[in-house]
Design a protein around this ligand. Structure first.
Ligand SMILES: C[S@@+](CC[C@H](N)C(=O)[O-])C[C@H]1O[C@@H](n2cnc3c(N)ncnc32)[C@H](O)[C@@H]1O
Length: 284
């Protein structure tokens, strides 16, 4: 007798039944609805830089702060064999992180839980903490940044990829950042972005331009993502699918507009308990 593996059940309580429900969902609810693979700037290339320069390996324990649907922890575990824990404020994101783990990589040692970074407590410290560009999404980035050393073992590494812009954002880009992505803190300059990590040793840094996505790349990305989500969540109505593609396309175009003005750094930062939060070595 052959046993057909069963796919894990879709983890969200509601599934959209009309285009109006797709358009009316809040931004985070829509991201969850289409199981968008929410990534830090640079995606796999950043991940590989962190793994290489942060020396992440099978003996590493990783904490992913603001993990959304679990991309960084899951993919770091895939390429290095590390074990990882992630948390996020959004219960739906955490449900999807667990779902994506069970669906795509059940053999990996991963765990996700819902928590507010402002008040979260963790049982153990970690050899690596992944924060990506997530500090910018917290209402008080400096307050969250001050928490990060407490999650690390002495000599452990913080893996970050903050956005920054040395020119003030044009009004249109500023409004996209606030209205589409819900970011209320001011856009940091390079020095402001780096100051959030003051007290850590900069073991590796690379600075990057954002690349624009073409309309063809956006179209492919949106149809692949929406078709996967429809298959996973049991959406068969072509009008609902079309509304999902339209909304995701609008988000990718908005992201393109913002990308014109942003740069980001890939950082590997060491926590040295003997010197933190002081610094006795020049930055460059
Ligand atoms: C765009 S995502 C980060 C994506 C990606 N990991 C990165 O590094 O850029 C921002 C995430 O921060 C989470 N978040 C915002 N405030 C939070 C808080 N106080 N505690 C935990 N997570 C929070 C949101 O729920 C969202 O999933």
């Amino acid at each position: 007798m052959t046993v057909t593996p069963t796919r894990p059940a879709w983890p969200l309580a509601t599934v959209p039944r009309s285009p109006a429900e797709v358009r009316g969902a809040s931004y985070p609810d829509f991201v969850a609805m289409v199981n968008q693979t929410n990534v830090m700037p640079g995606a796999y290339a950043t991940l590989n830089e962190w793994a290489t320069f942060g020396r992440v390996d099978a003996s590493s324990s990783v904490l992913e702060v603001a993990c959304t649907t679990g991309f960084s922890s899951r993919e770091l575990a895939r390429i290095t064999g590390c074990r990882a824990v992630g948390f996020d404020l959004s219960d739906d994101s955490v449900r999807l992180a667990r779902y994506n783990h069970r669906t795509s990589a059940p053999g990996l040692d991963l765990e996700y839980f819902t928590a507010d970074g402002a008040t979260v407590t963790v049982k153990n410290t970690f050899t690596h903490v992944v924060v990506g560009a997530a500090l910018g999404f917290f209402p008080d980035p400096p307050a969250m940044a001050r928490q990060l050393a407490g999650f690390l073992t002495d000599g452990g590494h913080l893996l970050a990829s903050p956005f920054w812009s040395d020119e003030p954002l044009p009004a249109e880009a500023e409004s996209v950042r606030r209205e589409v992505f819900g970011i209320s803190s001011p856009m940091e300059t390079y020095k402001e972005a780096m100051a959030l990590y003051r007290g850590f040793d900069v073991m590796h840094e690379s600075r990057h331009e954002m690349v624009q996505e073409s309309e063809e790349e956006i179209a492919l990305y949106c149809s692949f993502t929406v078709d996967r989500a429809c298959a996973q969540s049991g959406v068969h109505d072509p009008e609902v699918r079309r509304a999902m593609v339209e909304r995701l396309t609008g988000i990718r175009r908005a992201s393109n507009l913002l990308r014109r003005h942003l740069r980001y750094s890939v950082l590997v930062l060491r926590y040295d308990a003997a010197s933190h939060p002081a610094r006795y070595v020049e930055l460059f």
